[in-house]
Design a protein around this ligand. Structure first.
Ligand code: ZN
Length: 228
């Protein structure tokens, strides 16, 4: 699971958001000859259920945004990038939106609408359930890293979270009302859902995709969940 975040001030640096919904449709038809719904879900035999048309369009937009991510010029010190980038070692391929989208899709079996205690859950096995918060309270950036986080829960034993320890010093950047001490919102694994989420955010930070300041803070918040 991943906790929600209440912040709508993020400004995408991509053309998609700058140009609005129309550009999304145009990009969509340029990238795939078939509609993205067919390419993304039907061809991979992913069952979807319970979403309204508007919700489904937002899911499709999220996958399209993921596909369009690409590294450009580094916006941080090259040595720092080499030292901290974990994307390729974790995901098994260099940072690339198309491959990343496929990586997520392969980890989804069913995608259904349902409100649980958190924004989205994946009880291992690729059974994704997404609730109202995903559509109404998350920024584009948050929807993207949430997909990465949840997809990792499909691997192996699901990489279940552990309780953050007594005296945990960090706060939840996304859910400030929550006290993380003793909350199941940390990882002991260095290759669990928070590690994958952090590795993804680091690439966005390094290449200046999205708002770099916000991405950097979210990266720090994510790595703080990995208990050494
Ligand atoms: Zn989780």
């Amino acid at each position: 699971m991943l906790f929600k975040r209440n912040n709508n001030k993020n400004a995408l640096k991509t053309m998609l958001t700058t140009l609005g919904p129309l550009s999304f449709l145009l990009f969509s038809s340029c990238i795939n000859k078939a509609p993205i719904r067919e390419v993304t879900f039907d061809q991979h035999h992913i069952e979807t259920a319970g979403f309204s048309e508007a919700q489904f369009q937002l899911i499709e937009k999220t996958f399209l945004q993921l596909k369009l991510l690409a590294p450009h010029d580094l916006q941080i010190n090259k040595q720092t990038y080499k030292r901290l980038s974990r994307f390729e070692s974790l995901f098994g391929f260099p940072f690339d939106g198309n491959r990343l989208s496929d990586w997520v899709i392969r980890r989804i079996k069913t995608l259904s609408y349902g409100n649980t205690w958190t924004v989205a859950v994946n009880q291992n096995q690729g059974i994704f359930m997404i609730g109202d918060q995903f559509f109404t309270q998350l920024t584009d950036l948050e929807r993207l890293y949430l997909l990465i986080h949840e997809a990792r829960h499909s691997d192996q034993n699901g990489f279940k979270h552990i309780k953050c320890p007594k005296g945990f010093l960090f706060v939840s950047a996304g859910q400030p009302e929550m006290d993380l001490e003793y909350t199941m919102a940390c990882d002991s694994a260095k290759d669990g859902a928070y590690a994958f989420q952090a590795a993804f955010l680091f690439e966005l930070f390094a290449y200046g995709l999205f708002d770099q300041r916000e991405v950097g803070l979210l990266y720090n918040s994510s790595v703080s969940r990995i208990i050494q």
